[in-house]
Design a protein around this ligand. Structure first.
Ligand SMILES: Nc1ncnc2c1ncn2[C@@H]1O[C@H](COP(=O)(O)OP(=O)(O)OP(=O)(O)O)[C@@H](O)[C@H]1O
Length: 311
């Protein structure tokens, strides 16, 4: 449904998207997972024909984004990161505006607005000004705007950033139900948990490049049987903590430091734990808790880049 070939975008000296290649199959939820600045939004902007690539090509439903942008736009719905709503209009009026932009009219538009508001759970708020909506409600209305013309492919760019857990839950469930109805979804996020919950396949992006791609199982196999050991400290991390000494403990694959926590990627959590604790105590760090977590996509990112996803 989506085919991306050697896609590259440069802004001056910065290569925001670097020779990207991937495909999204019809009916799939495909996530691009990567930290801020990885190039996810730029990729979405190019695929939604809002931005021209420096080089490379992409096709959506067989249409080239370069040669047939109008056909591409008819197939896709875009839910951008920046919310584009008129605060002084009601939810209904905002959708009316968007519907007209898509060329929908009169009765058909009215029906679509009603059913889409229903779908995103905003029917009761339809006539209130957007100014009075919560952040989560605005996001849902944004989502409704991207769905009005019943696209076959939906691009969602970090749709849950900065919202309450309840709205996040509603959005994730809604994305799944849209997918069950047959909509192909390209989803970007820097939240590992969301990529894990939603995706059939995941592409991990860093510095404009796709550094890994596959089903979750395939990606997890890349880190083997590694666990992540999380040590939480009473105080902020001692800046003198010798990461090198920790890295040198036999069995440690990688160590990262985060405010109060130390994340250690290992394949022998039980054996290395006493050594890690000894090194920490030697450096005056008081440990509050120790947690062992099973392999996850964050561990894949950590192994591939040596950094945490939320760096
Ligand atoms: N119009 C622009 N001009 C110059 N640099 C840009 C422009 N748009 C994006 N960039 C840069 O390109 C890189 C990729 O940005 P992009 O927004 O695609 O990342 P992202 O993965 O979506 O992260 P975020 O979640 O923070 O938006 C960043 O370094 C960003 O500063």
């Amino acid at each position: 449904m989506i085919r991306v070939q050697n896609l590259t975008k440069r802004f001056g000296h910065l290569t925001a998207v670097d020779d990207l290649n991937f495909e999204v199959r019809e009916g799939e939820i495909f996530s691009l997972l990567g930290p801020n600045g990885a190039g996810k939004t730029t990729t979405i902007s190019i695929l939604s024909t809002l931005l021209l690539p420096t080089s490379g090509e992409a096709w959506i439903g067989g249409y080239s984004i370069l040669k047939h942008p109008l056909e591409v736009r008819r197939l896709i719905g875009v839910v951008p990161q920046e919310i584009a709503l008129y605060q002084d209009l009601s939810g209904y009026e905002n959708l009316w505006f968007w519907g007209q932009m898509y060329g929908l009219k009169d009765k058909e538009l009215r029906q679509r607005i009603h059913s889409t508001l229903e779908q995103v759970g905003l029917s009761e708020k339809a006539n209130q000004k957007v100014r009075t909506y919560s952040g989560g409600m605005k996001r849902r209305l944004n989502l409704a705007a991207g769905l009005l013309h019943r696209p076959r492919v939906l691009f969602l760019d970090e749709p849950t950033v900065g919202i309450d857990p309840q709205s996040r839950r509603a959005i994730l469930d809604f994305v799944k139900s849209l997918n069950h109805e047959g909509i192909t979804i390209l989803y970007t996020t820097h939240y590992m948990e969301e990529a894990q919950e939603l995706s059939h396949r995941v592409g991990i992006m860093d510095h404009g490049r796709l550094i890994a791609l596959g089903t979750q199982l395939e990606l997890l196999q890349q880190v083997g049987e590694h666990d992540t050991l999380v040590l939480t400290f009473e105080d902020d991390m001692n800046p003198m903590l010798p990461l090198e000494a920790l890295n040198n403990v036999p069995g440690v694959v990688n160590v990262i430091q985060e405010d109060h926590r130390l994340k250690v990627l290992t394949h022998a959590s039980g054996e290395i734990l006493p050594h890690l604790i000894a090194v920490c105590l030697e450096h005056g760090m008081r440990i509050r808790s120790v947690e062992i977590s099973e392999p996850n996509l964050e561990a894949v990112f950590l192994k591939l880049t040596g950094r945490a996803l939320r760096d």
